[in-house]
Design a protein around this ligand. Structure first.
Ligand code: PMT
Length: 414
């Protein structure tokens, strides 16, 4: 269980987005309940929402002018939309219409509310409300699947008689139910936004290893270190003390992160095994060479007359498996880089290496993995699977660290 430190939204900043739907009338009660519970509520309405309820209603209930447009000079001068996105502890869209969900999934930023969702670090929660056929439509369900994969939380809808007279799923949850759910979400989000890894020691590996053949040649791989460095930065931002053991890369060490530079798998293994005992979380993002040349020539190898050459290889130590096999192992997280059968191969690594979590990523394609700015992973445990859609590695790293922090804390408290 995640410890609950705060059981009400008192003092928390809720950005309530209202999109166009008849359920917008229920949002007035939601604002009233939130304000009564001590939350600071900033209402943002889409153009369509203003056709259902006048902004003045929400202004009166929230005590703040409602934000309506992206290009309102006076509003932007008071608090620009990027600052507004950062201001929020949670972004709750209630009601979320089918149209708004589609726009959110597409990543549009052509009005204020969609722009805020795109720019926010805070959790985004949607409470859908629409006609039951629109809810069941394949396009809506597909949009929801993608949004869930990206970490958007979907609350509801409820079933029942709808404003249009039809019956089925599509009614927005009642304001009291949304408030109850928000209490829990704000606890987690609040903790997460403060410092979910405060006081936690995180040890990470990143980058490739180089296995020397002779003084000038080596066996290496295409890892740039971007994924591991992004994770180190995100762990540091989450309050952890971070030690990064990195293979040869050209990246700057993230501020506040301690770094040890190594070259070969054996150096990485030595360095990690020196620091792993006593650390709380270990993340193996490095692409460690499984084999190294059996002999390292002391002089540059000559081509000779033969048209071929044989290189004998021997097995390198497995850094990740060694950490997981410690008598008191840290919470151990590995990656699985696969070109085929992603899940099956990753699950096999989870079991064989004895780790708590495997982050499976598809490599070798055009879109993510080695030496790309974007990546997608599937988080796998013995009994859980969660997908993180293709996104920029910095953003992905923050989402991964938030998920790891939740699971690490859950394990500590059980
Ligand atoms: O660095 P980037 O360009 O940003 O690319 C990111 C990445 C694709 C390298 C990264 O996301 C990733 O997948 N890292 C792990 C690469 C890898 O070696 O995967 P693997 O499936 O071969 O190994 C499984 C796990 O065992 C990994 O956690 C690896 O660090 C670890 N391992 C492997 C071999 C070994 N001798 N020791 C290890 O610790």
């Amino acid at each position: 269980m995640i410890p609950r430190q705060q059981a009400s939204p008192r003092g928390r900043r809720v950005l309530l987005g209202i999109s166009g739907g008849i359920a917008a009338y229920k949002s007035a009660e939601l604002v009233r309940l939130l304000v009564r519970a001590g939350a600071q509520v900033q209402v943002v309405m889409t153009d369509a929402a203003t056709r259902f309820v006048a902004p003045l209603t929400f202004q009166a209930l929230s005590g703040r002018p409602v934000r309506l447009g992206l290009f309102e000079a006076a509003d932007e001068a008071a608090m620009g939309h990027i600052d507004l996105a950062r201001w929020a502890d949670a972004i709750l869209i209630a009601p979320a219409s089918a149209d708004f969900l589609a726009r959110l999934r597409a990543g549009l930023a052509d009005d204020l509310l969609s722009t805020l969702c795109l720019a926010a670090d805070a959790p985004v929660i949607v409470a859908p409300a629409m006609n039951q056929a629109m809810w069941r439509a394949a396009a809506t369900q597909d949009n929801l699947r993608v949004l869930r994969e990206r970490g958007v939380r979907v609350w509801g809808p409820a079933e029942g008689v709808q404003a249009c007279g039809e019956s089925g799923p599509g009614r927005m949850l009642e304001p009291e139910e949304i408030l109850r759910a928000l209490n829990g979400a704000l606890d987690v989000a609040g903790d997460a936004r403060q410092a979910p890894l405060a006081g936690v020691d995180v040890l990470l590996t990143a980058g490739p290893t180089w296995e020397a053949i002779d003084p000038v040649r080596f066996i290496g791989n295409r890892s740039s270190g971007k994924m591991g460095f992004a994770l180190a930065r995100a762990a540091r931002a989450a309050g952890a003390r971070v030690l990064l053991v990195s293979g040869p890369v050209t990246l700057e060490t993230p501020p506040g992160v301690e770094r040890i530079s190594v070259e070969s798998a054996r150096e990485m293994h030595r360095s990690v095994m020196r620091h792993a005992p006593g650390c709380d979380i270990f993340i193996g993002a490095a692409a460690v060479a499984d084999f190294r040349p059996a002999q390292v020539a002391s002089e540059k190898l000559k081509k000779g007359d033969s048209g071929s050459m044989e290189l004998a290889l021997v097995r390198n130590p497995d850094v990740l498996a060694s950490v997981a096999a410690l008598p008191e192992p840290p919470f151990t997280v590995g990656f699985a880089a696969e070109t085929q059968d992603l899940r099956a191969n990753a699950l096999e690594k989870l079991r064989r290496k004895g780790v708590d979590i495997i982050l499976a990523n598809q490599v070798g394609g055009e879109e993510g993995g080695f030496d790309r700015d974007h990546n997608a992973v599937i988080l796998l445990t013995a009994d859980e699977e969660r997908s993180f859609a293709l996104q920029e590695k910095g953003r992905l790293a923050r989402a991964i660290i938030a998920a790891l922090a939740e699971r690490y804390r859950a394990r500590r408290t059980t």
